[in-house]
Design a protein around this ligand. Structure first.
Ligand SMILES: NC(=O)c1ccc[n+]([C@@H]2O[C@H](COP(=O)([O-])OP(=O)(O)OC[C@H]3O[C@@H](n4cnc5c(N)ncnc54)[C@H](OP(=O)(O)O)[C@@H]3O)[C@@H](O)[C@H]2O)c1
Length: 288
C-alpha cells in the first residue's frame, strides 16, 4: 500500500510518519515539497505519487493569525483538502483528514457529538468546516477525524509554552473558563494507523470525533503539566475576558468520542494518562 502523507513535520504529521512507515510505502512530504497553498502542486504531486491512501496532516493551524489572514487559512484548510479529495476520487483512493473542535461555537453544555450542528466562531474554525464540506462534496471515500487541544513534544503547543513560561515567569495566569480534552498527537496518530487498513478496505469512512477521554480547562491543564514536572510556579486562574486574543474560542470544546469507540473499538486514554506518558518520554529523551 502506498501512502501519501502531507504535513510530515507537524505535531500529528511527525507521529504519523513514524507509525505509518511500517504500514506501507510512505511518501511523507513537508511544505517545501508540497505547498497546499499552490493548487497545481497538489494535483501534480498526487498524480505522480499515485497513492492508495492520502493522509492530510497539513493545515493552517495558527488560530489567532487566521483572523488577519482568513484567505490563506481558507486556501490551505478548505480549498486544498477539496483538491486532495478530488484527486483521491480520481484515483479511487481514500483520504484521511483532520478537523477540529473549533467548528463548534462552544455554547452546548455537554460534549459535542458528530450530529451537532457546527457554528464556528473564528476564521480558523470556518476554514476547517469548509474543508470538511469540500471533502464530502468531492464524493471521494474519506475519513474525517475531528480532534482538539493537540499537544506533543514538537512544534508549537500549549504544553511546551507552559513549560517555557514556567521557567521564565514567577507566576502564570491561565484561562479557566474554556474546557476541552488535551490530546496527545501520538494517540491521534496511533488511532489513525489502526484505522488506515479499514479505510483502504472501504470500511472506516465518515466523520468521527477522536479526542482524549475526560476534560479540563486550560488552567487545569497547565496545573497538571507543572504537577507532573514537580514545578513550583503557581498558576492563577483567570477568565477569557481577562486574556483577550484576536480569535474568539469556544467555551466548551469537549468532543464525545463515543461513536468511534462503538463502531471501531478506538478509544483514546484519559488526558491525564497520556500527559504523564508524554512527559515521561520528554524526561527520558533529556536524560539520554
Ligand atoms: N493543534 C491543535 O490543537 C489541533 C486541534 C484540532 C485539530 N487539529 C488539526 O489536526 C491537524 C494536524 O494539526 P497539528 O497540530 O499537527 O498541526 P501543526 O503542528 O501546526 O502542523 C501543521 C503542519 O502543516 C504544515 N503546513 C502549514 N501550511 C502548509 C502549506 N501551505 N502547505 C503544506 N504544509 C503546510 C506545517 O508546515 P510548516 O512546519 O512548514 O509550517 C506543519 O508541518 C490539522 O488538520 C489541524 O487543523 C489540530
Amino acid at each position: 500500500m502506498k501512502i501519501l502523507l502531507t504535513g510530515k513535520n507537524g505535531q500529528i504529521g511527525w507521529e504519523l510518519a513514524q507509525v505509518l512507515a511500517p504500514v506501507g510505502e510512505l511518501v511523507a512530504l513537508q511544505r517545501g515539497a508540497l505547498d497546499l497553498a499552490v493548487p497545481d502542486q497538489i494535483v501534480r504531486t498526487v498524480r505522480s505519487v499515485h497513492p492508495d491512501l492520502i493522509v492530510n496532516a497539513a493545515a493552517y493551524t495558527d488560530v489567532d493569525r487566521a483572523e488577519a489572514e482568513p484567505g490563506v487559512a481558507m486556501q490551505v484548510n478548505a480549498t486544498a483538502p477539496g483538491i486532495l479529495a478530488e484527486e483521491a476520487r480520481r484515483l479511487g483512493a481514500p483520504l484521511i483528514h483532520y478537523s477540529t473542535d473549533y467548528v463548534f461555537d462552544g455554547a452546548k453544555p455537554t460534549p459535542y457529538v458528530e450530529e451537532d450542528p457546527p457554528n464556528p466562531i473564528n476564521a480558523y474554525g470556518r476554514s476547517k468546516l469548509e474543508g470538511e464540506r469540500a471533502i464530502r462534496a468531492s464524493g471521494c471515500r474519506h475519513l474525517i477525524l475531528r480532534t482538539g487541544w493537540v499537544y506533543g513534544l514538537r512544534g508549537r503547543n500549549f504544553l511546551l509554552t507552559i513549560l517555557r513560561l514556567a521557567r521564565e515567569l514567577p507566576e502564570l495566569k491561565v484561562v479557566d473558563d474554556q474546557i476541552g480534552a488535551p490530546t496527545w498527537c501520538r494517540d491521534v496518530a496511533t488511532a489513525t494507523a489502526q484505522l488506515a487498513f479499514q479505510t483502504v478496505a472501504g470500511k472506516a469512512e465518515g466523520l468521527y470525533h477522536l479526542a482524549a477521554a475526560g476534560a479540563t480547562s486550560w488552567c487545569g491543564f497547565a496545573r497538571a503539566i507543572l504537577r507532573e514536572r514537580a514545578g513550583e510556579t503557581p498558576v492563577r486562574s483567570i477568565t477569557t475576558a481577562q486574556y483577550p486574543t484576536p480569535a474568539e474560542r469556544p467555551a466548551n470544546s469537549v468532543l464525545s468520542s463515543e461513536l468511534i469507540l462503538a463502531r471501531w473499538g478506538i478509544g483514546l486514554p484519559k488526558w491525564e494518562m497520556s500527559l504523564a506518558c508524554c512527559l515521561r518520554e520528554m524526561s527520558s529523551a533529556a536524560s539520554s
